[in-house]
Write a protein that binds this ligand. Structure first.
Ligand code: PLP
Length: 431
């Protein structure tokens, strides 16, 4: 199990690359990812038959290519994400024979998971033959009309959910996601009538919850699996694996979690008399800890009794604090190269014309402070554990260009997305 080292408040390197050199070469704000950390997180989950990356957490094609090389499959929630998966080297169908050797049913390298087909997504899955995980019964007839006889996965809402925020709870009556558990008998009749075969069952109750809540899913899934019956060949535990963000938080016990799901799988194998593929679908877990936002301190000022450090990244760069009141560790890379250990109690904010543009805020939008080494204009401030729901939620608000992304592997940085230019900002617009 991964251990949790105390985080430094001074940081000169990311994965062996100099923070100052990265900022000088690529400018700020800048997303930097540690390739080896992503590989390590993929390997933590090696016990599962399939690790399927929920790419919405971090979908740069260089990251997708990296996890693909680790044997990780991919989830797509839109046509755009299907396009990314293909660009990163994924194929709609697995090479023949690879799964049979292990006695397991074949894997779908790309799965489209959503509660609707928008029209372009339906065109794409039909044309490419991509497997679909359906979160609404209406998707069944829509798919059957285009792909007669298709096999499908059902995403089921077990009637309960949990997340690090109400906005990331994806089960229960308060969630729009999945097919309601009590509707399963009727939905199975609809699938049969439409000529579809239900081969997969999936539940995902929320993001960033704790394992005790996630563990309840296994029992709920087993019940629905028995209702579906012998056509079932794959079950998915969904995502939601937590990551330690705050000091004192630790990594969850993943081996115990696997054991629980493995037992559910074995029970179903006994009932059905054939092998069942066991999938897990993490987003955050694979990439959160690999990601850093490198920013430059542009102003330090006092508003009455409170000190503010203002950097060149805002919620246009990293939205989690303003959306969820999320906590991100921070560290300082002093410009003059001197240690500057004397701590300062500061609020950290960005450049946007909006008072919510604060990285040190709590849920509800209250401005909090953080103890950091005393910062000066020109220092680099690094916002950490920003590799999940970071760049992917960045926006052009205030007409700020999207930042560049760099992947550091073996100490060597590689630009994997160029910073947007002013012309990128107005592309497609007309006067
Ligand atoms: C977002 C999402 C995930 C990943 O959630 P994490 O909390 O990042 O692991 C997995 N499955 C589905 C269907 C999702 O929508």
């Amino acid at each position: 199990m991964p251990t949790d080292a105390a985080r430094p408040v001074l940081r000169r390197e990311i994965a062996g690359a100099s923070v100052a050199a990265l900022a000088k070469e690529h400018g700020t704000p800048l997303y930097v990812y540690d390739a080896e950390m992503i590989r390590r997180r993929c390997r933590d989950l090696a016990a599962w038959d399939t690790v399927r990356f929920a790419q919405k957490a971090c979908s740069n094609i260089a990251i997708l290519d990296l996890v693909r090389r680790e044997g990780v499959m991919v989830d797509a929630v839109s046509t755009g994400e299907i396009h990314r998966a293909l660009a990163a080297g994924y194929t709609p169908h697995a090479a023949a024979g690879s799964a049979a050797a292990a006695g397991l049913p074949p894997v779908h390298p790309i799965v489209y998971t959503a509660d609707i087909f928008d029209r372009d997504a339906l065109d794409a899955v039909a044309k490419l033959g991509i497997h679909c995980n359906c979160g609404s019964a209406d998707m069944l007839e829509q798919l059957a009309e285009r792909v007669p006889g298709a096999s499908v996965t059902l995403r089921v809402n077990p009637g309960f959910g949990h997340g690090h925020s109400q906005k990331t709870n994806t089960g229960g009556e308060g969630s729009k996601h999945g097919i309601w558990h009590a509707d399963i008998p009727e939905v199975l009749r609809r699938a049969e009538w439409a000529g579809l075969s239900v081969t997969g069952l999936h539940m995902h109750i929320g993001s960033g919850t704790d394992l005790a809540h996630l563990a309840e899913v296994a029992g709920a899934l087993e019940q629905v699996a028995r209702e579906i019956g012998r056509s079932l060949t794959t079950i998915s535990a969904g995502g939601g694996l937590p990551v330690p963000y705050k000091p004192g938080e630790v990594h969850a016990d993943l081996s115990g979690y696997f054991t629980l799901w493995d037992a559910t799988r074995k029970k179903l194998e006994d009932v059905f008399g054939h092998r069942i593929r066991l999938e897990i679908e993490p987003g955050r877990y694979l990439t959160a800890e690999s990601g850093y936002v490198v920013t430059e301190v542009r102003a330090v000022k006092k508003q009455g009794g409170r000190k503010y450090v203002l950097v060149d990244a805002g919620f246009n760069t990293l939205a989690r604090p303003v959306l969820y009141g999320s906590y991100h560790p921070m560290s300082l890379c002093p410009a003059d190269g001197h240690a500057r250990p004397e701590p300062d109690e500061v609020a950290v904010g960005g450049p946007l014309c909006e008072s919510g543009d604060i990285f040190t805020q709590t849920d509800g939008g209250f401005v909090a402070t953080r103890s950091l080494p005393a910062a000066q204009v020109g220092d680099l401030l690094v916002i950490e554990i920003a590799g999940a729901y970071g760049f992917v939620m960045a926006s052009n608000y205030n007409s700020k260009p999207l930042p560049a992304e760099v992947l550091v592997d073996g100490g060597t940085p590689r630009l994997v997305r160029a910073r947007q230019t002013p012309d990128d900002l107005i592309r497609g617009e007309r006067v």
